[in-house]
Design a protein around this ligand. Structure first.
Ligand code: PEP
Ligand code: MN
Length: 364
């Protein structure tokens, strides 16, 4: 479905600098006034402009710390008054929206457990009609591009033009070293579909561990994301939520300084010429790949017809096993990873089976 959005540029967000990456930092949760103030002073020293803190926390199990609630909003007002930092909190329902607006919070974000639910997003969008506030929309917990775009669209239709996507990874079924799988192709696809939409990354919730933050942040920067949201706490080990992934403002400073920043483009004419030659080669190879695939499908259909004439099933499990083993071996000889070869050949095999199935179903 075509998506027509009216997205305001980052230059309208009231930030002093929109140099990449824009950094949003602060604790997972506001816990005490001292913790909020002390962390805010720390991140302010790094040149950060936007301060995050969760006031209401979505926790997996009841009985965990669920946020300090409304009293924490006063601490954020104090942060703003004393440090000049802009403040951002998570809103998950209409009450959160009203309280945040009443307290003068500067930006809002919608969490992954909310963007997954169109009813919840629509209620938040309706509550924001007539309000001009920047909103960051985290990806839904499952890797569904349409659902993520849908949430952004609902808010945009309600008049939220200062809007951005915030990538925090996806819950996986398989055990992994990461808390939430990044599946980078999903934010890349969102960007392809909505090229004007600013894209942020939340390495904290992707990593789940502080030692992995740098690599994930670097990855986002390499993919030309506009900004990062990183959880930072004045005393991470004693944090009331997400302790393992939080870093002190000093550690955050080291992570940010270690990022290698690159330009998205260059006007250098040698670079431009060389790049376009190589891109032409890629386009040519993509064309070759497609004609080889089409030829393969012709052969597949031919096989399908002789299987049909001879009353043979579409699938012979042994044959597929032979193909997998052979392509793994040939792939390795060509320096291609097994997982890559698997993805490609599973897709090719699926299409081949569909084609033969179609021939069987077709009575003529
Ligand atoms: C958070 O940012 O603290 C949070 C709860 O994030 P998410 O919605 O990504 O789980
Ligand atoms: Mn958190």
């Amino acid at each position: 479905m075509a998506t027509e959005l009216n997205i305001a540029p980052l230059s309208s967000w009231g930030l002093r600098s929109i140099r990449k990456p824009i950094v949003i930092a602060g604790p997972c949760s506001a816990e005490t006034e001292d913790q909020v103030m002390s962390t805010a002073r720390g991140v302010k020293e790094l040149g950060v402009e936007i301060y995050r803190a969760g006031i209401w926390k979505p926790r997996t199990r009841p009985g965990s710390f669920e946020g300090v609630g409304t009293p924490g909003l006063r601490w954020l007002q104090r942060v703003k008054a004393e440090t000049g930092l802009l403040t951002i909190i998570e809103v998950a329902n209409v009450k959160h929206v009203y309280e945040a607006l009443k307290a003068g919070i500067d930006l809002l974000w919608v969490g992954a457990r909310t963007s997954v639910n169109p009813f919840a997003i629509q209620e938040i969008a309706d509550a924001l009609i007539g309000v001009d506030i920047p909103v960051l929309v985290k990806n839904p917990i499952n890797p569904d591009v349409e659902l993520w775009i849908g949430a952004i669209e609902r808010l945009n239709k309600a008049g939220i033009h200062r809007i951005a996507a915030l990538h925090r990874g996806f819950s996986g079924v398989e055990k992994s070293t990461l808390r939430n799988e990044p599946q980078w192709q999903i934010p890349i696809e969102v960007r392809r579909r909505l090229p004007n939409l600013p894209m942020f990354c939340d390495p904290s919730h992707i990593a789940g561990r502080r030692d992995l933050l740098h690599d994930i942040a670097q990855r986002a920067v390499n993919l030309d994301f506009n900004g990062l949201m990183v959880e930072s706490h004045c005393d991470p080990d004693s944090a009331w939520s997400d302790a393992a992934q939080q870093v002190t403002p000093q550690e955050l400073g080291s992570i940010l300084r270690a990022l290698v920043l690159r330009e998205a483009n260059s006007v250098d004419s040698d670079y431009q010429r060389h790049l376009s030659e190589l891109r032409e080669a890629i386009d040519q190879l993509d064309g070759d790949l497609l004609s080889i695939l089409a030829r393969r499908m012709d052969v597949v259909e031919h096989i399908g017809r002789i299987k049909k004439e001879n009353g043979i099933t579409v699938l012979q499990a042994g044959r597929w096993d032979q193909i997998v083993k052979r392509v793994h071996q040939r792939g390795t000889e060509h320096g291609l990873s097994q997982s890559f070869v698997d993805v490609i050949f599973k897709a090719i095999h699926e299409e081949s089976i569909d084609r033969q199935q179609h021939i069987l179903d077709n009575l003529t």
